[in-house]
Design a binder for this molecule. Structure first.
Ligand code: ASP
Length: 579
């Protein structure tokens, strides 16, 4: 078995060279006394021609057989501009069949109509498709550029444990039973958060890791049970130092991997503005359709929907969809369903036709209110106005969901544009009405803004955090924060989160202890590598950029994981399965 060239690299300049090639048969055509075979390897496809002297040798050859050929590169008469090697072909002078292949259950080609579970079951064939190889090559390129960048900036890669203890990122843990300690469990890390902070206490100053993380969450197109973070932590850097460095890193990735220059600095949007204007803490800023605030206009409204009986921050907000006043009943119903899914109690729809507001709610509006709406929204004929009223966050988020929907549906943005930004000044805490307690918005180690420290006792909801997310085209690429570095403040934070002294000691005592021995001010960030790869390769799903992902029901159709285990294994672990 020998090769002199990869198949996809041959060009006109190679004409008359003798080459030895190896590859899979992508396609075979018989043309009278000639046989044409497209030979594929990781670099691409080249057409190989077998004349009468060799047709016998390849008469049984079918798709996905592996051949080793010797031949001469010739200029093609009928060139194929769709193929990188389309100006040449290889005239075979000898051929070896290296291996045979059964008919494959999915076609090995870019275009596929195979069901996703079939693709995942035969993932090794799915990954043989050039388009999938391309995605994994690009993903590896992204990783390489990031690694290179961080190494150049004197970061050290340190591995942290996979079998560890529960960390509070807010998702459900995957647990691994301990054989040696019956009844005790390791947790798989939701992130290396606590360990990377300890590495700062150890004095490493600049840490990174391509870290596998595990969260037992319901899967969606942009979520997997096991995923990879570019995990980063630094000491003695300010929020903007960290953001600048991370911007430089992503700009470098865009340049090296996509050949695109991204302007800096990135826009920084405070969380409140992002929510108020875009209805999202990860806004897609490639298109406008801003949310408008109508609360002032309707302060005295008699309209029941606009009169709030609730406590907490309330708002009345709207988006305007141009030229959509002709929306059908069915369309409006689907908009309403979407808004409700995001917590809206309902959706008020108005149409602006012939300089007048139209819609069942209009009879509850005064002329002054109508006029103010028309003016504030700058309405044009045939505009559709969608209004949500109620809890501020739900109002913003439900209109934000509609905004995203219309952005895609009405093609309001260029899919090839990459719009990066930071969302900053997140709230430190969020209050959960059902549980009657606060949760950390980022995680419990996030530092409150110095100027808000005094509010921790009096008005915890108003405290802002030194936390930031990098956002790209409506997706959170990564998030991080400055961390608390004194044990008293950390203990206070745990207390606000409803943990008793005993619970704190039992769960995080080991972590808080470490703070007593000279903890540097530190902070960091973690990027979702899979998500970056998904967006940069224009993939619809994380599954397209992970070699062996789980499907939407968190199983692996290839290995059938998760699967049952022997009774003996369970016995060793002192585990009895409840039927
Ligand atoms: N550990 C955090 C996360 O996974 C990121 C960070 O704060 O660095 O979300």
């Amino acid at each position: 078995m020998e090769r002199t060239h990869n198949n996809g690299v041959l060009r006109l300049a190679d004409v008359n060279k003798q080459v030895k090639l190896i590859g899979w048969v992508a396609k075979r055509r018989n043309l009278g006394s000639l046989v044409f075979i497209d030979l594929r390897d990781r670099t691409g496809i080249v057409q190989v021609v077998f004349d009468e002297s060799l047709t016998d040798a390849v008469k049984d050859v079918r798709n996905e057989y592996i051949l080793n050929i010797v031949g001469i590169v010739r200029e093609r008469k009928d060139k194929n501009s769709k193929l990188a090697t389309g100006e040449i072909e290889v005239q075979a002078t000898s051929v070896d069949i290296i291996n045979r292949a059964e008919t494959t259950p999915i076609i090995v080609a870019d275009e596929t109509d195979a069901l996703e579970d079939t693709r995942l079951k035969y993932r090794y064939l799915d990954l043989r498709r050039p388009i999938m190889q391309q995605k994994l090559f690009e993903r590896a390129h992204i990783t390489r550029v990031i690694r290179h960048f961080l190494e150049e900036h004197e970061f050290i890669e340190v591995e942290t444990p996979i079998l560890t203890i529960s960390t509070p990122e807010g998702a459900r843990d995957f647990l691994v039973p301990s054989r040696v300690h019956p009844g005790d469990f390791y947790a798989l890390p939701q992130s290396p958060q606590l360990f990377k902070q300890l590495l700062m206490i150890s004095g490493f100053e600049k840490y990174y890791q391509m870290a596998r993380c595990f969260r037992d969450e319901d899967l969606r197109a942009d979520r997997q049970t096991d995923f990879t973070q570019v995990d980063i932590e630094t000491s003695f850097m300010s929020e903007s130092d960290i953001q600048n460095l991370m911007e430089a890193m992503m700009v470098n990735v865009m340049k090296e991997v996509k050949g695109i220059e991204i302007p800096r600095p990135f826009l920084k949007l405070p969380y409140d503005t992002a929510m108020n204007d875009f209805g999202s803490d990860k806004p897609d800023i490639r298109f406008k359709m801003h949310l408008h605030d109508l609360t002032e206009i309707f302060v005295d409204s008699e309209f029941a929907v606009f009169k709030s009986s609730q406590t907490g921050k309330q708002a009345i907000k709207a988006i305007v969809v141009s030229d959509k006043a002709s929306a059908s009943r069915k369309e409006i119903d689907s908009y309403t369903q979407l808004a409700k899914k995001y917590g809206a109690k309902g959706l008020v729809t108005l149409k602006y036709l012939e300089q007048k507001l139209d819609g069942s709610a209009v009879k509850f509006f005064t002329d002054k209110e109508c006029q103010a709406v028309i003016e504030q929204l700058g309405l044009k004929d045939n505009d559709l106005v969608l209004i949500v009223a109620g809890d501020w966050e739900k109002t913003c988020e439900s209109l934000g969901a509609l905004r995203s929907y219309f952005g895609k549906e009405l093609k309001l943005y260029d899919p090839n544009e990459f719009s990066f930004l930071w969302v900053v000044d997140f709230p430190l805490l969020e209050y959960d009405e059902t549980d009657g307690r606060y949760y950390a918005k980022h995680h419990p180690f996030t530092r409150p803004k110095d100027e808000d420290l005094k509010l921790l006792d009096t008005d915890p909801s108003a405290v802002k955090a030194c936390a930031y997310d990098m956002v790209l085209n409506g997706f959170e690429l990564g998030g991080g924060s400055l961390r608390i570095y004194d044990s008293e403040l950390q203990a206070k934070m745990f207390k606000i989160l409803g943990l008793t002294k005993e619970e704190i000691n039992a769960r995080f005592g080991w972590f808080i202890d470490a703070f007593q021995y000279g903890t540097p001010p530190h902070g960091g960030v973690a990027f979702g590598l899979d998500r970056i790869a998904m967006l940069l390769t224009h993939s619809d799903s994380l599954r397209d950029v992970i070699a062996f992902p789980k499907n939407a029901s968190a199983t692996c159709p290839l290995t059938n994981a998760p699967g049952p285990v022997d009774l003996k294994q369970l016995d060793e672990l002192s585990i009895l399965i409840k039927k």
